[in-house]
Design a protein around this ligand. Sequence first.
Ligand SMILES: Cc1ncc(COP(=O)(O)O)c(C=O)c1O
Length: 461
Amino acid sequence: MPVSTSAFASTSAPAAGPSVGVPLPVLGRDVTVPLVTGGEVGYAALDHAASAPALQRVWDDIAAYAPYYGSVHRGAGYLSQLSTDLFENARGTVAAFLDCRDDDQVVFTRSTTDSLNLLAAALPADCRVLVFETEHHAALLPWPADRVTHLAAPRSPEQAVLAVSRALAAHPAGTPALVCVTGASNVTGELWPVREIAAVAHAHGARVVLDAAQLVPHHPVSVRELDVDWVAFSGHKLYAPFGAGVLAGRADWLRAADPYLAGGGASRRVSRRTDGGVHVEWHEGAARHEAGSPNVIGAYAIASACRALTDAGFDTLVPRERYLLRTLREGLAEVPQVRVLSLFGDDAARVGVVSFVVAGWNSSHFAAALSAEYGIGVRDGLFCAHPLVHTLLGGDPQTQGECGAPDAAPGEPSLNAVRVSFGVGTPDEHVERFVRAVGELVRDGARWTYRTQDGRCVPAV
Ligand SMILES: Cc1ncc(COP(=O)(O)O)c(C=O)c1O
């Protein structure tokens, strides 16, 4: 079966040139950090896949709203009404950003992890779940252990679709099933064939939840076009780091489920029973799963980021990202000691997330040297996707290694990896500096000495 990523309309856009500049400014662009070798340098934040810096526009929107902040849903005062409006309107902005169906529901959560746990708590009683073992732990772990099937790592998008099709064919007809799939891997950056998986799932009567944590910051996501049932993502990866996330999609399972949290806000009416207990009528809409005082700042920040990305246009953002990704991957390809990790191969469509290992280097040591000697912030380790990294490294990955020592004897698999990731506020210089730094570190070695502290490498002084 041909598998395309054409649902992500802009993947076919040409790579832009360096002259385009930074399309959306972020906070921290003027921050300098000290180098162990002396002096200061502008901080190159290349760990967007973990948390992206706030967009300047998000910050400005929050600052403009902050004086008007008030309690949501409960207050009679003007500012409470204003805050309630902002919070409720944020749902519409997110729904438009995701191109949701008219009757979809947008629930504000704390994060992708929270969103997927909410959906896990709302599964119909006999629902089975299919999930690839390659998923981020947030998508791998929330499901009931006796009802989940873990699919082995596919080596191509076609294999992924086939694996879902085969597993669902073996599934008892008439019982509900849910397929959980990522849009873009937080380790390899590779895009998954979401639309094709959704088509196969629906043909078998199953539903699909898309973990879009790494997709929404990089690509337009259309719920209608991908035909997924739910989408989960986090504000802090979408340039809106104010503690909110989203679960958007079908209302029926959510309406039928017990409230995720019990408390005020989720309850419409609580009355005393004659036998002494209380009777609760729960809300049926999104509020059912949003008990407690909602995070209006977080929700408003997500809505602001959605508007900013829409205004900038993915038609502009995607080619720019592709240009930076090409610069980065071509730079790494020139260093023979570097091995870029990939499940689907070199030609796979991907976002600006790249993980790699360097022969002769412990990944923690390499990441520490990038930070201390070049002012570049990346991530090292297993990226909360242990089974995937295990598959990619071909060994038994570890979160720790001995600083200074290579993490693997020649010919042995590496223990963990380095991840570099960027976004809409990343200037060319950050990626260019990173490529130069990798080349210099591999060629000349670290200029400083490092020691192990709590399992991580840190500069010796
Ligand atoms: C693909 C993917 N899914 C889920 C998550 C979990 O996101 P959060 O920590 O915001 O809940 C992450 C975080 O890195 C991720 O990369």
